[in-house]
Design a protein around this ligand. Sequence first.
Ligand code: SF4
Length: 227
Amino acid sequence: MGTPLEPRTAQAEEVVDRLLEEYPDSTISLRYSSRLELLIAVILSAQCTDERVNSETEHLFEKYDGAEDYAEVDEEELAEDLNSITYYNSKAGYIKTSCQMIVDEHDGEVPDTMDELTELQGVGRKTANVVLQHGHDVVEGIVVDTHVQRISQRLGLTEEERPEAIEPELMEIVPDQHWQQFTHLLIDHGRATCTARNPDCADCVLADICPSEKGDAEVDLASGEAW
Ligand code: SF4
């Protein structure tokens, strides 16, 4: 078991420093070429891998060009165009309704405030944060996806369980210039080493400061259960 640094701000800073070194090119893996494409890709990525989303949006973004196209298409046709994505029926509805709102209330442009974004269907704070950060260069918070949630808990950065409660805790301890990168670093680490089911603690750059390290820690702090 590793020993986390005290206070939590020191732990958070050390985690960022080490992961920056480990994953110097860490960035968003969804492909898009406009704010609207980014919004759509992020909506599609809920409960679905970025890889799957990228392969589906390749043809989607060729067929549809702008919010009006999505607003006007028959919802069943749009769902059919998304049918390899999890929950594609619901997501087709979210995209169509959001694009109708973007056309009617925002002159066809993806809005640039948290309040306006979260009024769109299928857009919660996490999606809005990604769109603000990568579409508008506005960093208002920390995107807490499943990797950020799990690894922050394992590293003792939070004891909260819900993303909405984890985000403000992380914002207290992660230096604000790293809020955006923090997410990508933890996602890369979650994919490469600190996987959900079988983390490779023996080969982890954070092992000595991780209270969940499998070597002699008995409990996975993310699940609260024994390894
Ligand atoms: S891989 Fe193991 S040591 Fe590294 S952060 Fe995850 S649980 Fe901790």
